[in-house]
Ligand binder design. Structure first.
Ligand code: SF4
Length: 85
């Protein structure tokens, strides 16, 4: 099944997008979810990254909160990963 676009699903309302992101992260299976400390460390890097545009990473197009919440995700920066892991 094709994934739904959260921006289309929420008609682009920022508060609805944030709720969608939170619900999506909460629905991640435990075995695929990164632990809280790892998520926090990743998001600190994203917060000051030149590739971040609001909620999005411009390199991959992901919501940074979602990408950071997945245990096996990586930072896609073309010059070098900004995440430790
Ligand atoms: S390039 Fe890496 S650090 Fe920068 S916003 Fe994307 S995921 Fe975050």
């Amino acid at each position: 099944m094709m994934a739904k676009c959260p921006v289309c699903e929420t008609k682009g309302h920022p508060a609805d997008i944030e709720s969608y992101i939170e619900e999506y992260i909460a629905s991640l299976p435990a075995e695929t979810a990164a632990d809280g400390q790892l998520v926090e460390a990743r998001l600190k890097k994203c917060a000051c990254c030149k590739h971040r545009a609001g909620l999005l990473c411009r390199v991959c197009g992901c919501f940074v909160q979602v990408r950071a919440a997945k245990k096996n995700a990586f930072c896609p920066a073309p010059e070098s990963s900004y995440w430790e892991q």
